[in-house]
Design a protein around this ligand. Sequence first.
Ligand code: ATP
Ligand code: MG
Length: 573
Amino acid sequence: MTEEKNSLNNDESGDNSENLDFIRTQVQEDQTAGLNDGRVHTRFPPEPNGYLHIGHAKSIVLNSGIAAQFGGKFNLRFDDTNPEKEDIEYVDSIKEDMRWLGADWEEREFYASDYFEQLYEWAQHLIREGKAYVCSLNEADIREYRGTVKEPGRPSPDRDRPSEESLELLAGMRNGDFDEGDYTLRAKIDMAHSNMKMRDPLIYRIRKVIHHRTGDTWNIYPLYDYAHGQSDALEGITHSICTLEFEVNRPLYEWFIDNLPVPYKPRQIEFARLKLTYTIMSKRKLLQLVTQKHVNGWDDPRMPTISGLRRLGYTTESIRRFCDVIGVAKRDSTVDLDLLKWSIRSELNMTATRYMGVLRPLKVVITNYPEGQVEDIECINNPEDENDGTRTVPFSREIYIEQSDFREEAPRKFFRLKPGKEVRLKHAYYITCDEFIKNDAGEVVELRCTYDPESRGGSSPDGRKVKGTLHWVSAAEAVTAEVRLYDNLFREPFPEAEGHFLENLNPNSLEVLTDAKIEPNIKDVTANDRWQFMRHGYFCLDARDSQPGALVINRTVTLKDSWAKLEAKLPKA
Ligand code: ATP
Ligand code: MG
């Protein structure tokens, strides 16, 4: 995290000379040197086999940000070369999430499958040039022949197959004349290359599956390494930015570009993928959480997906800001999940109205308050923003406070309500607890209190001090809602470190409270609003499950600020 923290990128600053991360430095150098006629063109190449997650956001913000910063273009390209796992549902969700993130691909939406014909022609070109051959080894043999890091590989018996024969076999493969696994097309590079990726890598394999766009047109599908760079080249991509694990693939990326009559010569640059504590980012594993119902879908608010974070209450700005703060680095590191939480908490601290919501209600009867009377109490909307004004909240004889704000027997330092003690009701009055009533199970179900009419507004009439200030809600006017409280999905900071990640699931990652009592102003909030429930954190409506008259509310983030120390060192939101 440390080496990344300093590389803040501000696209809006207009000053490109400072704070450039290593990729932007490279792009700037290329542009200054007139490479590609000074053009800058990036892309985001998701495989439509899952929903986008926060790691993808890092790549999207980086790629679209570079295009914007250097007057360039930005493409969205679906890397749909792996038909088994791909689906139109994922295509649609990816576009929705990218739009929400504010990434603008301006109609430049492409699919690797658009290039299948061209890729096939280029494969024929390689064969004719003696740089590719159809191989009959099966998967296990190919692996065995490839050798090891220490030992060179052995040539396939088909390595010197005449071009004519390979061309014919390739046509048969395409045509569906053979079974899966019978043949592959391989590049003829170097079976003794120190980089294993260069030992005659696969170009095509037979797959008799339906593709979500090309249907049953194809019986062969290109491998990622072959399709990706050529797609970049066809689109005129100048900087093909990918994650670090593709560093070893770069020589192969360049080999294809150098050996094919491509119209453009893109350059691959790698950066460290985002890793977050208490989070898994592999789409395969996220899919497993969904299909095995450990979560309620890809957009479950506990998921690290963009749709999950959106449903949890994250804003576009907070995620973009998080991406800016973590920056880009060449070395792998893991970012503290608290930094992501900080990004939304610090924003909402400035923007969110402070409502009163009692999550676990305890009835309080104020015995000396006139029956039937309701008065309006003026409440400050947001102490961080004086322009946000005030609102009124009804106060009456029967109110709710939080169960945890009363203790029958409390230690001296418990400054909330206890028998015989006085507290302040926020913005309202001082009350003193005279009595408490228990049910048969011995639980306290009601308090009987008296208020001091002189303490209106919550200020002391005679200078006497009360330490505790409680939030409250008038019982008759309260809105009952379901509130969902979330905790980290995993118990351990590195959920994959030991054993199975599923064993690390946090059994308490979701707590549902069905009888929360909320001040009536909650009726005015809309799907896009976020607010604070005083002393509880920041909340929003659950966009999927909330109905008018049956509110479902998600806690976006708590107030607890373990990040406070770091925050002091970070730039102001
Ligand atoms: P998985 O390994 O789980 O399948 P992926 O990286 O293969 O994920 P893609 O859909 O291929 O998923 O990713 C699209 C783009 O997003 C790629 O360019 C990839 O490098 C980038 N990306 C994926 N995960 C991260 C991450 N954690 N941090 C930064 N960029 C990422
Ligand atoms: Mg991938």
